[in-house]
Design a protein around this ligand. Sequence first.
Ligand SMILES: CC(C)(COP(=O)(O)OP(=O)(O)OC[C@H]1O[C@@H](n2cnc3c(N)ncnc32)[C@H](O)[C@@H]1OP(=O)(O)O)[C@@H](O)C(=O)NCCC(=O)NCCS
Length: 150
Amino acid sequence: MITYRVGEPEDAEAVAALYAAAPLRRPIHDRARLKAMIAGANVFASARDGERLVGFLRGFTDGVYDGFICDLAVHRDYHKHGIGKELMRLVIEPTPEVQWVLLASPLAKDYYGHVGWTHSPSCWIRARGGWTPGSYEEFEKEHEELRKKA
Ligand SMILES: CC(C)(COP(=O)(O)OP(=O)(O)OC[C@H]1O[C@@H](n2cnc3c(N)ncnc32)[C@H](O)[C@@H]1OP(=O)(O)O)[C@@H](O)C(=O)NCCC(=O)NCCS
């Protein structure tokens, strides 16, 4: 049975392994940065199968107007069991005044439309520095061992 937890951060090691296994391209090789990404966020939802972390959502909100989902990852062994949808429901439903925004990964480009999000042509980005995701092949290869720990 999958159990859910809302509002609590997760350990960076478990999150790194989950992102390797989803896969979600984030700078998981840089644990200090990943820890800071988790510590600096204020929206969390997790899914577990027993002790195993199989889904995680990380984001920000002021609780009354704006919200941003930064990461949504479900372990590939658990895809299409409704976990991603449930993680989003758990953070979105309690905040009816909030407009939630996210950037879809290439793997999820059709996902959000399917689960009720509206595509916006007015999204603008200021690129970050430090690390840019490479191909999924490179990411998978780099984190082959880590993935097995998820
Ligand atoms: C994208 C992701 C979070 C979806 O999570 P999930 O738990 O597998 O999805 P759900 O089970 O909640 O799917 C809900 C519905 O969307 C559909 N769906 C799932 N993944 C989809 C995809 N990639 N594209 C289109 N539809 C998708 C499901 O079939 C299901 O449809 P239904 O309600 O008609 O049966 C998961 O595939 C994942 O972690 N991918 C890798 C990381 C990633 O790209 N994350 C997104 C970052 S923006």
